[in-house]
Design a protein around this ligand. Structure first.
Ligand SMILES: Nc1ncnc2c1ncn2[C@@H]1O[C@H](COP(=O)(O)OP(=O)(O)OP(=O)(O)O)[C@@H](O)[C@H]1O
Length: 225
């Protein structure tokens, strides 16, 4: 594993203005290396999700500098950020947001079809491979709404991986899962970081999950402690 930095946050400050002006992120600075598996923990309301949305470039209403995969992403146009995200970031939410009437396979293929870097056949092959990695090969042609919660979450992870993102971000990616599926998801993240050098940053309330990551970043009242 190289020591290459893939994420650099420098003095990130963010305010919310409702109901009163309130500094939710107070000069947050940190770096994450390629292949690191990082847990972002902290009490409810400490600013974890807010920070993750800034780091993922989905929230641009902040000051400070954000650099991902050697690109400075502060003050970029929204369409440039959307393109950057599709190429570089896989996002896994607590609720999977799959298209319920589409098959698992189609859901996984979508971000790659959007990217238009590979042919449809290549994308289908890669989608099958990713579903296989997550133990879902036999569910590939089932509609998403016919799968169990744990299976749906694994489809969402397969989808997040389809464009081979350098960085995978999860907002409580196992928050809705039982312990067996949590372990499966943890093991996949572990393997992706170790074997493929992908960087994982996951907000979690699960102490066991955090304890087994490479690094734990704890937030309190908008700062990293
Ligand atoms: N859109 C918003 N407008 C105003 N305040 C907000 C908004 N979103 C979040 N907040 C507030 O900002 C603070 C941080 O919220 P955030 O969701 O980042 O916390 P968190 O650490 O992820 O919490 P949890 O663990 O409960 O998900 C909280 O006090 C929250 O009430």
């Amino acid at each position: 594993m190289t020591n290459k930095i893939v994420l650099k946050a420098d003095s990130i400050v963010k305010y919310f203005y409702e109901p009163v002006k309130f500094e939710v992120l107070k000069k947050v600075s940190f770096e994450v290396k390629r292949g690191e598996f990082v847990a972002l923990i902290g009490k409810s309301g400490s600013g974890k999700s807010t920070l993750l949305y800034v780091l993922s470039t989905m929230d641009t209403d902040y000051t400070g500098t954000l650099e991902l995969n050697n690109e400075v992403l502060t003050n970029r146009k929204q369409n440039e950020l959307a393109d950057f995200r599709n190429r570089n970031i896989g996002f896994v939410f607590q609720f999977h947001y799959l298209l319920p009437e589409f098959s698992a396979l189609d859901n996984v293929m979508l971000p790659a079809l959007k990217l238009k870097k590979k042919s449809k056949e290549e994308i289908e092959e890669a989608a099958y491979k990713n579903l296989g990695l997550l133990g879902l090969q036999e569910q590939a042609l089932k509609k998403a709404n016919r799968l169990s919660g744990g299976q749906q979450q694994r489809v969402a992870i397969a989808r997040a991986l389809i464009n081979e993102p350098a960085i995978i971000m999860g907002d409580e990616p196992t928050g809705n899962l039982d312990s067996k599926n949590t372990q499966i998801v943890f093991d996949i993240f572990r393997e992706l970081s170790k074997e493929r050098g992908q960087t994982i940053i996951a907000v979690t309330h699960d102490d066991d999950f955090a304890a087994n990551c490479d690094r734990v970043i704890e937030m309190r009242d908008g700062v990293i402690i």
